[in-house]
Design a protein around this ligand. Structure first.
Ligand code: C2E
Ligand code: MG
Ligand code: MG
Length: 259
């Protein structure tokens, strides 16, 4: 906690970027910003270790503000380098979503960085928002109204009432990677994933599969007409320069293939 308090001012935080791929065309359509902490005293700490502490202490609010700003500035910088525009996904925590300055912070960041609102997608988890729809639907609607996209992360692991989901102003659901594991051999995961894809499609949502690690998983998801995939099979989260290179070379090859 003490070290985390100084992480921002000591420049110990950084973002890695993981590509999202259109399953039909294999073009990179988006990217998720993932926070990394390399502490001077503790070495590198994973987000699953430090985010809960940041959340408990409230440090996630200034850290999260830095994440949105850095991710938006990075996205604009890639476009200025001539790279094709891609949607930038950023994770939000519960504390951030409860913070009364969130909307203002997002608007200020968009204005200051010159980022188009519809290129930003904020990810919230089901367990964060679904237990109190009356409280969170208005907050999410305000974010949606400024043109920012919304996604439900780790879908299937919370306690979504399926009746509730249609009331949330969301664009995307991300199928949790625990369901993607051992596809298509695992018959239970197969049944769950198929059902989520069909439901998402019928609600006109973009369905993204998380944690795709093999060709077999990609083939299966493609057959099920899942929209997008993210996972180590195509790319791990990488540093900004590596992502720019990936975007340049991958989408160039892809263009040549079709021209
Ligand atoms: P998430 O948002 O669901 O992000 C996906 C996680 O799955 C990332 O872990 C990513 O590295 C990992 N992953 C992606 N593809 C694969 C794969 O094929 N196989 C496996 N085994 N793992 C894969 P990471 O970066 O350790 O982040 C963990 C969690 O920490 C994130 O889950 C998110 O909930 C949280 N997090 C990360 N960055 C931020 C942030 O800036 N703010 C907040 N509030 N939370 C963040
Ligand atoms: Mg996420
Ligand atoms: Mg996830």
């Amino acid at each position: 906690e003490t070290n985390l308090r100084h992480a921002l001012e000591r420049n110990e935080l950084s973002l890695n970027y993981q590509a999202k791929l259109d399953l039909k065309t294999r073009a990179i359509t988006g990217v998720e910003a993932l926070l990394r902490w390399n502490s001077r005293y503790l070495g590198s700490i994973t987000p699953t270790q430090f985010i809960p502490i940041a959340e408990e202490t409230g440090l996630i609010v200034p850290i999260g503000r830095w994440v949105i700003k850095t991710a938006c500035a990075q996205n604009v910088s890639w476009q200025q380098q001539g790279l094709p525009p891609v949607c930038m996904a950023v994770n939000l925590s519960l504390r951030q979503l409860m913070n009364e300055n969130l909307l203002q912070d997002i608007e200020t960041t968009l204005k200051e960085t010159g980022m188009l609102p519809n290129l930003l997608e904020l990810e919230v988890t089901e367990s964060m928002v679904m237990h109190n729809p009356a409280h969170f639907i208005p907050i999410l609607s305000k974010i949606k109204n400024i043109g920012v996209r919304l996604a439900i992360d780790d879908f299937g692991t919370g306690y979504s009432s399926l009746a509730q989901i249609k009331n949330f102003p969301i664009d995307t659901i991300k199928v949790d990677r625990s369901f993607i594991r051992n596809l298509p051999q695992d018959l239970e995961n197969k049944a769950i994933t198929e059902a989520i894809i069909v439901m998402g499609k019928n609600l006109s949502l973009t369905v993204v599969a998380e944690g795709v690690e093999t060709k077999e998983q990609e083939n299966f998801l493609k057959e099920q007409v899942c929209d997008e995939m993210q996972g180590f099979y195509f790319s791990k989260p990488v540093e900004p320069e590596s992502f720019a290179e990936l975007l340049r070379t991958h989408n160039d090859n892809f263009k040549n293939q079709f021209n």
